[in-house]
Design a binder for this molecule. Structure first.
Ligand SMILES: [Zn+2]
Length: 464
């Protein structure tokens, strides 16, 4: 048993001083003032700290095979790094191979994830269509504990699907009570622009953002929303990075559509200047899609978060080391797309969101944990501090500062986007399944301790 005493509990709704008793099965048994320490129970004094639901990162890619290589953080190192940063659950992506059955792919990824240190679930990508996909989607929802499917409007000749496949998948997801998620960028336009830039000899990383202008995301977001409206089904747009997409989501919500938007902290903090004036490697380390944008978009993303039009934050954590990024030395379209960030996410959002006055602590909990739990039907097991919820908690020092360096982080990658930045707000202790796994700088993540979390289908009345 574990007793957390004297902390200030912060949920998505309120803050109050209380103790929390976690039982041996990793569940919160009691929340209340002045709980006596049962015999044999380990007690932690959380005076001066905030006690919040552990973070949930609904967008990671651990050990994902992509662009001819494999993301360097595996399910153990990546989830362990998450724990060190206060994140206690992830939802990763199953990406089926060319023509592979979705169910088979899901089974493979279940195997890979057995080494995870924290709890996890999966979205499954629909990258083609046939009768098997139709059947597998049903099996995944009914037997697999999957309630969300991913669609790529980008990555032509690889993961991209056309609108008719997207509509078929939406229709099927609706029957099953599953949520469609989408990477909204116009893949045809990107392929056209990439080819044109390469033909002009523009082979460096500064061409990456030029091949994926903001309008291309705006168009795809509007199109995805139109398709969801046609299919009368909810839609979750991952890594929203442009003002156009935020406006499309807000407009759809005003029309009564269930459209949700996710933001990555790196898009809130960095702008397109990272691709210019930097040496090749430094620029390549920022190559991810969608790319970093002009400052005007950051303002819209913050506005989306603080107004509630955008509901969640994720990282798209997908690590590639120097030798992997070098694959694109002579051709920017071959630079593996992806950046790290699961370990830094909570601190970055606290620092730039709460310390800078854009978000309240309660809103921070909502966008780092609770909203995600609600949208993906993990609530109140996750994202909640109440009897019966999983004892996944973070003890947070709201005023401690540290300077970020890659060497001090636990992600299995040779850089951090936030190198040298001093951030205020820090996970002092992280509790997963009722056990202290991150303890003032000591990581006690255990290989294989993470559990696969089944997410039931969503009801017709499902809403954030
Ligand atoms: Zn992604």
């Amino acid at each position: 048993m574990l007793l957390i005493k004297n902390g200030m509990i912060v949920t998505a709704e309120q803050r109050f001083r209380s103790d929390i008793l976690c039982d041996d099965s990793g569940i919160i048994a009691r929340v209340g003032p002045d709980i006596e320490t049962p015999t044999g129970c380990h007690a932690i004094d959380a005076s001066g700290l905030l006690v919040m639901p552990g973070g949930i990162d609904p967008h990671t890619h651990m050990e994902m095979p992509f662009m001819g290589t494999t993301a360097s953080d595996d399910f153990f190192t990546g989830t362990a790094a998450g724990l060190a940063g206060g994140t206690t659950s992830i939802i990763d992506f199953v990406i089926p191979g060319q023509g592979q059955s979705l169910f088979e792919a899901w089974y493979d990824w279940r195997g890979k994830a057995e080494k995870a240190a924290s709890d996890y679930g999966f979205h499954v990508a629909v990258t083609h269509w046939d009768a098997q996909v139709h059947e597998d989607m049903g099996r995944l929802v009914r037997e697999g504990g999957v309630n969300s499917f991913k669609h790529f409007m980008a990555y032509k000749n690889a993961l991209m699907i056309d609108d008719s496949i997207f509509l078929r998948s939406m229709q099927r997801a609706k029957e099953l009570g599953a949520l469609c998620t989408v990477h909204a960028e116009n893949g045809d336009a990107i392929a056209f622009l990439q080819a044109q830039l390469l033909a002009q000899g523009e082979t460096g990383p500064s061409s990456h953002p030029l091949s994926r202008p903001a309008a291309i995301e705006g168009e795809a977001a509007r199109r995805a929303i139109t398709l969801a409206e046609l299919g009368d089904t909810p839609l979750y747009i991952v890594h929203v990075s442009t003002e156009e997409a935020v406006q499309a989501i807000a407009a759809a919500r005003l029309r009564g559509l269930k459209v949700y938007g996710e933001v990555l902290p790196q898009h809130l903090v960095f702008n397109e200047s990272v691709y210019h004036g930097n040496e090749w490697l430094q620029a390549a380390r920022h190559v991810m899609s969608p790319p970093f944008r002009h400052r005007i978009h950051q303002k819209a993303l913050w506005g989306g978060l603080s107004s509630g039009q955008l509901q969640t934050t994720a990282t798209d954590h997908c690590c590639f080391c120097q030798d992997q990024k070098m694959r694109g030395r002579d051709d920017f379209t071959r630079i593996p797309n992806g950046v790290p960030g699961i370990e830094e996410r909570m601190s970055v959002l606290w620092h730039y969101g709460v310390v800078n006055g854009r978000l309240s602590a309660e809103e921070f909990v909502a966008i780092t944990s609770t909203n995600t739990a609600r949208i993906f039907n993990l609530y109140p097991r996750k994202g909640c501090i109440a009897p019966g919820s999983d004892a996944d908690l973070v003890l947070w020092d709201p005023s401690a500062s540290r300077t970020i360096t890659a060497g001090a982080l636990h992600q299995n990658v040779d850089y951090t986007l936030y190198e040298g930045m001093t951030l205020t707000g820090l996970a002092v202790k992280t509790i997963s399944q009722g056990m202290v796994v991150w303890d003032e700088g000591t990581l006690r993540a255990e290989r294989g301790k993470g559990r696969y979390i089944r997410r039931p289908a969503l009801g017709r009345d499902h809403r954030l």
